[in-house]
Design a protein around this ligand. Structure first.
Ligand code: AMP
Length: 192
């Protein structure tokens, strides 16, 4: 199963992706996690991405397309994967379509987590507070100013993907404001 989780930052894509990993044994391909790892390891990609990520902007299509292309060629992706936070632009969507066509393994579904963005700001503040309370590192881009910028980037560059995948007949919507377990159930129903 090859699927994309689409939705603004804080919509719960990471949480639901984790559950898909547990239930279906497919890897979660989070470009945000991959980029954070690159930053932590001080790689060339990490050096290019760090300032952009800290400011809440989007890292260049070339960089993320290359990361994903390398990753989906790995053996654990042979039986599928869940893309979390990628594609984020129409250029990336075209790129992943080509990558998958070359492998003869097209996308099965794109699941949009539909959320009320006024609530997202408080969700993100909670995510930061929870991480702090658990003694975990707090993401630099989980502060209100940077979050606003991430939200702007989403509406400008990523939201057009909703129409793009709708036109392809791949888009399914799920109420992302429902309790986490209900969201999981709704996703499971869609992919059953
Ligand atoms: P995320 O963990 O998905 O919220 O991503 C954190 C940050 O990484 C984003 O705010 C972007 O700066 C960068 N990023 C992650 N995925 C992408 C992508 N597909 N395209 C561009 N930038 C990305």
């Amino acid at each position: 199963m090859r699927l994309i989780l689409l939705g603004p930052p804080g919509a719960g894509k990471g949480t639901q992706a984790q559950r898909l990993v547990e239930r279906h044994g497919i890897p979660q391909l989070s470009t945000g996690d991959m980029l954070r790892a690159a930053v932590a390891n001080g790689t060339e990609v990490g050096k290019k991405a760090k300032a952009i990520m800290d400011a809440g902007g989007l890292v260049s299509d070339d960089i993320v397309n290359q990361i994903v292309s390398d990753r989906i060629g790995e053996p654990d992706c042979a039986k599928g994967f869940v893309l979390d936070g990628y594609p984020r632009t129409l250029t990336q969507a075209d790129s992943v379509e080509k990558m998958l066509a070359e492998r003869g393994a097209p996308l099965d579904v794109v699941i949009e987590l539909v959320v009320d963005d006024k609530i997202l700001v408080s969700r993100i503040a909670k995510r930061a507070a929870d991480a702090q309370a658990a003694g975990q590192p707090v993401r630099k881009d989980d502060n209100p100013d940077v979050f606003e910028e991430r939200l702007r980037a989403y509406y400008k560059s990523t939201a057009p993907l909703i129409g793009y995948y709708h036109a392809k007949g791949l888009l399914r919507g799920v109420d992302g404001m429902a309790p986490i377990d209900d969201v999981t159930l709704a996703i499971e129903k869609l992919i059953a």
